[in-house]
Design a binder for this molecule. Sequence first.
Ligand SMILES: Cc1ncc(C[n+]2csc(CCOP(=O)(O)OP(=O)(O)O)c2C)c(N)n1
Ligand SMILES: [Mg+2]
Length: 373
Amino acid sequence: MPTKTVFKTEIEYVSILDEHGQYDPKLGDGLVPDEDLIRLYEHMTACRHLDEVAFKLQRSGRMGTYPQNMGQEATSLGAAYALEKTDWMVPCYRENAGLFWRGMPMEMVLLHWMGDERGNAIPRELFCTPLAIPIGTQMLHAAGLAWAAKYRDEKRIACTFFGDGATSEGDFHEAMNFSANLDLPVVFLCQNNFWAISVPGRIQCSAPTLAQRGLAYGMDCIQCDGNDLFAVVKVVREAARRAREENRPTFIEAVTYRLGDHTTADDARRYRDQAEVDLWKARDPLIRLRGFMKEKGLWNDSKEAELQEKAEREVAEAVQRAEGIETPPSTDVFDHTFAELDPQLTLQRATRRTTSIGQSPDAAAPAPAVDGH
Ligand SMILES: Cc1ncc(C[n+]2csc(CCOP(=O)(O)OP(=O)(O)O)c2C)c(N)n1
Ligand SMILES: [Mg+2]
């Protein structure tokens, strides 16, 4: 019996504005109006400035671990721009630019990394889930949110963000399989920055692209230049349309690079070459967009100087708000954990002491004020 080909495919790569400033008007014109382009660039700049300040806050003991977004801003921002404001954004932890575009107050992100739970109490009308630190879990949340939206006929889709390393997690595959088989309106946006902390991409995936991982699930897959705002807007817009109109998920691999360390707890110099970093510095999405806007006459040095000042102010004010927030009552730990308090917990709540490790509640002198309930 002769053999025959039962499946054949190609993975497309979309680039509109490349690192050399080459622009494809056929693909790019009409995608983003000039006034939006300026606002998007402003968001990227604010996000970049926050990275610098957050790094210093961490180093001076005013904040916990922080993952810089530097170099990856165009991916989440382009996606947030292409989505409807009432679509779910289901982030990982390196999507500040997109979250700020959606309307997330900057101080909430700071509070999160300062270890204050109030940073996770995202206003409902923003349709964003909290930053997800356990790798991979949020893709399942996106599948669930999309399923609920489909069930309720809301025409709302979910877009979830994750890294290359996350595609090695079981949760990723379950979310992909479930979404494709149940025809859920989800956009899976993988930010391939080539590193999962110190683990290089080549030992996470033997295939030439991450995008093709979606093929096994019968999903549409595409790769794009994640440092090219236009390319991201184009592919996410099309994926969002397919999700909304056809209830079909898409897997997008946005190729990007983190220019900073994995987090402030990491020193990337220990595992990657400066030459690689330099290569990607030349592909910086901010430099690229600024060059394009200058060429178009939309931007100049004095506007840039003004913007830098504005970004500095904006970040300084957000830091002030985050650090100035009143200290939460220590009873919160009980009130947000238990529906009902048994006698032992009631005692603990009132005295902050426990007999279970040999403490005497009577020795708690004076008991901290128990406010309210
Ligand atoms: C379930 C789980 N395992 C391990 C970790 C520790 N960890 C934090 S970030 C990270 C690497 C993630 O790499 P990638 O998905 O590529 O994301 P990137 O930070 O590069 O965007 C790991 C292993 C975690 N947070 N959660
Ligand atoms: Mg990565």
